[in-house]
Write a protein that binds this ligand. Structure first.
Ligand SMILES: [Zn+2]
Length: 385
C-alpha cells in the first residue's frame, strides 16, 4: 500500500472528489462496523499488521462509513484546506501529529490535503517528513493542479493520479442527469466553464454568476479608449469582489455563530462573561477566527478575479480560433457575434499579445500586485492590442 498519493488535475476537474472516493474505498465497511479482531476461523486471532488494500477504486457508497467519508465526518478522515492564503508550518505540524494517531476504525487514517500546492516551504518540509517516515496506517492524499506545483522531494514520494479535464458534453450530461438542468442550457454552461464542473453548474443555475460572466465578456468590445479601459478594469475588480463577498458571507456566519455558541454567549454567569471577554482580546479565539476569515476572504477575491481573467482569456482564444479558421467549438458561443466582429477587425498577432497581457496580469496578481493597478495595466494593453 502506498502511503502518499498525489491527485492532480486542473481546477474543477474533481481532484478532491476523486480523493474522497478513494478515501471511501479505504474506509468502506459494508455491513456496519467491522470487528476489531478477525472473525473466528481466521488464523492467528490477532489484528493483521496491515489491512488488505481496497479491492475496488471506490467505496460501496451505501454503508455508514462511505456516507461519513463523503460528508467529511468520518472519524478517520482528516479533510484539510489552507486556513488562509496558504498552509502555514503550524497548521501543518499540528496536522502531522494528528495524522500519526491510530485509526479509530482500525483500518486507515486518511488525510485529504487539498490545494497542497499552497503549502509554504516550511510547511512542505513538515509534510515531507511525515511522508518520508509514514505511520503504518496513515495514508496521505494530496491534491494539486499539476505535479510541477509540488516540490520534487514530495512529488517523488507520491504515487500520481492524474485527472483529465472532462469534455464539455460529459459535463453537460452530468449536469442534466444529476442536477436536472435542461440539456441545451447545460451544454452552453459546460462550454463556457471550460472543463470546470462546479463553475458550469453555477453558470447554469445562478443568474448572478451568469450576469457577471457576461460583464467580463463585454470587456473586449467596450474598451475603445483610455477612459473606458480604466472603467472596465474597475468593473472587473468590483465584480470579483462582489462574487467573493457572496461566498465569504455564506462561510463566515455559521463559523462565528458556532464559536459564539461554544463560548456560551447568551447564557449568564460570571465565568461565561469572563470567557467571552478573553475571547475578544487581540490574542483571543474570536480574534483568531476573524483574522483567518479575513485572509480567506482575500484568497476568495483573488480566486474570483483569476476566474474572470480566465473567462476573458477564453474570449480571445475564441477570437484566435475564428482568425485561424480552426475547426473547434467556441467556448463562448453565446457571444459569437462579438467574437467574430473583433476577429474580423484585428490580427492574430494582436490577439496573442492581448492573451499574453491577461496572463501577465494573472502572474502579477499571484505575486501580490495591487489588483486594480494590475487590471488597469492589462486593460490598457488590451486597448493597445
Ligand atoms: Zn461503503
Amino acid at each position: 500500500m502506498t502511503h502518499a498519493w498525489l491527485f492532480t488535475g486542473p481546477p474543477g476537474s474533481g481532484r478532491s472528489v476523486a480523493a474522497r472516493a478513494f478515501a471511501a474505498a479505504l474506509l468502506c465497511q459494508p455491513g456496519g462496523t467491522a470487528p476489531r479482531n478477525p472473525p473466528p476461523g481466521q488464523p492467528g486471532g490477532t489484528t493483521p499488521r496491515t489491512p488488505p488494500p481496497p479491492r475496488q477504486d471506490r467505496g460501496c457508497g451505501h454503508c455508514a462509513a462511505c456516507h461519513q467519508v463523503l460528508a467529511g465526518t468520518h472519524a478517520d478522515l482528516l479533510l484539510v484546506q489552507p486556513e488562509g492564503l496558504s498552509y502555514g508550518v503550524k497548521q501543518t505540524r499540528d496536522l502531522v501529529l494528528r495524522a500519526a494517531t491510530a485509526p479509530v476504525s482500525g483500518r486507515w487514517r486518511v488525510i485529504i490535503f487539498e490545494d497542497a500546492d499552497r503549502a509554504t516551504e516550511q510547511a512542505a518540509n513538515a509534510l515531507l517528513k511525515a511522508i518520508e517516515e509514514p505511520t503504518p496506517r496513515t495514508v496521505w492524499l494530496l491534491c494539486a493542479p499539476s505535479p510541477d506545483d509540488m516540490v520534487p522531494t514530495i512529488r517523488s514520494r507520491c504515487r500520481l493520479v492524474t485527472l483529465r479535464t472532462p469534455a464539455a458534453d460529459a459535463i453537460a450530461a452530468t449536469l442534466a442527469r444529476r442536477d436536472g438542468i435542461e440539456p441545451d442550457r447545460a451544454l452552453q454552461a459546460a462550454r463556457a466553464a471550460q472543463g470546470h464542473i462546479g463553475r458550469a453548474r453555477r453558470l447554469a443555475t445562478d443568474p448572478e454568476a451568469a450576469r457577471r460572466r457576461a460583464d467580463v465578456l463585454n470587456v473586449p468590445a467596450s474598451v475603445d479608449g483610455v477612459g473606458s479601459a480604466v472603467a472596465a478594469a474597475a468593473r472587473l475588480i468590483e465584480a470579483a469582489d462582489a462574487e467573493a463577498a457572496a461566498v465569504t458571507a455564506a462561510l463566515d456566519e455559521p463559523e462565528q455563530e458556532e464559536l459564539r455558541r461554544a463560548l456560551g454567549e447568551g447564557s449568564s454567569g460570571k465565568g461565561v462573561a469572563k470567557a467571552v471577554r478573553s475571547a475578544l482580546r487581540p490574542t483571543g479565539v474570536l480574534r483568531e477566527l476573524t483574522d483567518r476569515q479575513k485572509s480567506r476572504a482575500t484568497r476568495l477575491k483573488r480566486d474570483s478575479l483569476d476566474r474572470a481573467l480566465l473567462d476573458l482569456a477564453g474570449f480571445y482564444r475564441d477570437v484566435l480560433t475564428v482568425q485561424f479558421g480552426a475547426p473547434v467549438e467556441l467556448a463562448n458561443a453565446d457571444v459569437e457575434a462579438a467574437i467574430r466582429r473583433i476577429a474580423g477587425t484585428t490580427t492574430p498577432e494582436s490577439t496573442l499579445r492581448r492573451m499574453r497581457a491577461i496572463m501577465a496580469c494573472r502572474e502579477r496578481l499571484e505575486a501580490n500586485a495591487h489588483p486594480l493597478l494590475a487590471a488597469e495595466a492589462m486593460a490598457l494593453a488590451l486597448l493597445a492590442g
